[in-house]
Design a protein around this ligand. Structure first.
Ligand SMILES: Cc1cc2nc3c(=O)[nH]c(=O)nc-3n(C[C@H](O)[C@H](O)[C@H](O)COP(=O)(O)OP(=O)(O)OC[C@H]3O[C@@H](n4cnc5c(N)ncnc54)[C@H](O)[C@@H]3O)c2cc1C
Length: 552
């Protein structure tokens, strides 16, 4: 009987999973997950996220058992473990989704391809939904995304037959992986739990999501991000579930569209990284990295510890470390917190992205790094609209936490103050004074960004100004945290899938690439909008409320 290894990575589910479905159609399946030292000891690894991943693996194992199978766990370098597993099990070959979340994975997979080819062993790579090797214009990618999301879902196999003699290591605890577990509460990682979050969203949040997604105290968002990060549920299942909901009010309809748009943003960031893996390590334009970041260890520490003297910033800092951020640290609070470091303290966004990744339960390299770079103003190239310097004073409290619930929960030193004093509290014994002057810091950053942007803003061909993939691929932060980066020392490693070769792009391709990095790119109307939107005169849109945080 044919045997196929299915290699799970960040697609820890049985539904809407083409490699598993196809393998089960062929015969026996060997579903394997490999604990890889290089990822477990990457400088951006968060023990809390690993703990959540272990819960996801337990959920995947249970789903496979419900179909007669089980998950096989192994340890080591996949380019050694997998060829060995093929020989041990007499498998035909390996099925796996392509993965381009980070550079390490692409180096690993290129090496695996080489090792397998040298031994005449086979692997079949499957494209994840909404992923393409082709260089599309962004509006075309958007249409492609909708088409992929509306395509038929791949069913879960009804049976998964795993050969009885194949042994698995037991599911470890975080400490067994030589990581220091912390006190962050870790949610259930099963697909059932992810689907329940969608149900709860429909029952309890959809009427308010669009209007409250910037209020951390409201917890109005889905909470799906850790599940999407590890692929416990596919974006296609989320979109199709959401699309099926009938009889929604006008308000709920607006929320539905907003949620679908956000799911698309997530896929779009991943696609940008597929084209340009250098975005993991560098700003989009090289001038931003070459000219003028500042660094001060004490200020960096104060920002991490929640000791800046700006209560909303400090609440974000403490919430991130205590909870892994997935429920309360919504987009706007993350943006405000990140802007404080890179724009107001003038520190390299990579220090912030590193800290986020070391704590976020949903830490996802393309979303995290790209969002950090975006909030720092070093991605989009058109004009000042992408200078996102958030006011962390009373404006932020009024717009994001008007009753002070979030701030008071995380910064008890200011819990006795009325909301109107939470922006800039009076001098307190046990709470620091502000570590910077907002207006002065803002002016300094605006001037710096204006100057840096002049280097490329009016050039017709932007390609020469884009950062290239560096020859040294050592991850940022490996000098601060003990990590295993031997893989990055190999001379000229290959990447799979291949990135765009910037030097080989013609002008038309260069223009297509540019559409991914300009705001307000002309986008055709979508096909899935079921109703025409009416804009209420009285109620400001959430975008309006959020962007008004950029005020002085
Ligand atoms: C500096 C910064 C760093 C971030 N780092 C991450 C990260 O590491 N991982 C992560 O999943 N999100 C990240 N985000 C985006 C956003 O804050 C989270 O996706 C969201 O808070 C997750 O909560 P949710 O699933 O309840 O969101 P919902 O609003 O319910 O959204 C559903 C899903 O849509 C996607 N999504 C939502 N907002 C965004 C967005 N702004 N950009 C891209 N995708 C989005 C996510 O997959 C999310 O799970 C970051 C944002 C900023 C400003």
């Amino acid at each position: 009987m044919t045997r196929t290894i299915v290699w799970f990575r960040r697609d820890l589910r049985i539904a809407d999973h083409a490699p598993l479905y196809r393998a089960a159609l062929r015969g026996s399946v060997i579903p394997v997950f490999i604990f890889d030292r290089a990822l477990l000891h990457h400088p951006e690894t968060a023990p809390a996220r690993v703990a959540f991943m272990l819960n996801c693996l337990a959920g995947l194992d249970q789903d496979l058992r419900d179909r007669g199978g089980r998950l096989i766990l192994r340890y080591g370098d996949p380019s050694e473990v997998l060829p060995h597993l093929i020989r041990e099990t007499q498998a035909d070959g390996i099925y796996a989704h392509i993965d381009y979340e980070r550079i390490y994975g692409r180096v690993r997979d290129a090496k695996l391809n080489q090792v397998l080819a040298a031994e005449n062993l086979r692997i079949r790579w499957f494209e994840p939904a909404a992923s393409t090797p082709d260089l599309l214009r962004y509006p075309d990618y958007r249409n492609f995304w909708f088409a992929e999301m509306l395509a038929d879902r791949i069913p879960a196999p009804s049976r998964v037959d795993v050969p009885a003699e194949i042994v698995s290591e037991p599911l470890p605890a975080v400490a067994d992986l030589v990581l220091i577990a912390n006190q962050v509460p870790i949610p259930d990682g099963s697909a059932v739990a992810a689907r329940q979050l969608l149900d709860q969203f429909l029952d309890d949040k959809i009427d308010r999501y669009y209007w409250q997604l910037s209020y951390p105290g409201a917890e109005a968002t889905t909470g799906l991000s850790p599940y999407l990060k590890f692929g416990v549920i596919s974006p296609r299942e989320c979109v199709q579930t959401v699309q099926q909901w009938q009889g929604l009010s006008h308000k709920a309809e607006r929320s539905r569209q907003q949620l679908i748009a956000r799911l698309r943003w997530g896929s779009g960031f991943a696609q940008r990284f597929r084209y340009l893996p250098q975005l993991e390590l560098r700003s989009l334009y090289s001038v931003f990295d070459e000219d003028g970041w500042e660094f001060d260890e004490d200020l960096y520490q104060a920002w991490q510890d929640g000791q800046t003297g700006f209560p909303i910033v400090d609440a974000a800092a403490r919430c991130l470390q205590a909870t892994g951020g997935w429920q309360q640290l919504n987009f706007r609070i993350r943006a405000l917190y990140s802007s404080f470091l890179s724009n107001l303290l003038g520190m390299d966004w990579r220090y912030g992205a590193l800290h986020f990744m070391r704590h976020l339960l949903d830490g996802d390299c393309p979303i995290d790094h790209y969002q950090w770079a975006m909030q720092a103003g070093v991605t989009h190239c058109v004009d000042k609209t992408w200078t996102r310097i958030y006011n962390p004073e009373q404006v932020a409290v009024d717009r994001c936490d008007p009753d002070g619930r979030f701030i008071k929960r995380w910064v008890p030193e200011v819990a006795h103050l009325p909301p109107e004093q939470l922006g800039l509290p009076p001098k307190l014994k046990d709470y620091p004074s502000p570590i910077l002057n907002y207006r002065a810091a803002r002016q300094r950053r605006i001037k710096q960004l204006d100057r840096q942007r002049q280097a490329f803003l009016h050039q017709e061909n932007l390609i020469p100004y884009l950062a290239q993939l560096p020859t040294c691929l050592i991850p940022f932060g490996s000098d601060r945290f003990a990590s295993d980066v031997a893989w990055a020392m190999a001379s000229q490693p290959n990447l799979f899938p291949s990135p765009l070769d910037l030097d080989a792009l013609d002008l038309k391709q260069a223009q297509a690439l540019r559409t991914w990095f300009v705001a307000h790119v002309n986008i055709k109307p979508r096909t899935v909008t079921p109703r025409k939107r009416r804009r209420s005169k009285r109620q400001p849109t959430s975008d309006f409320v959020q962007l008004s945080l950029l005020e002085l």
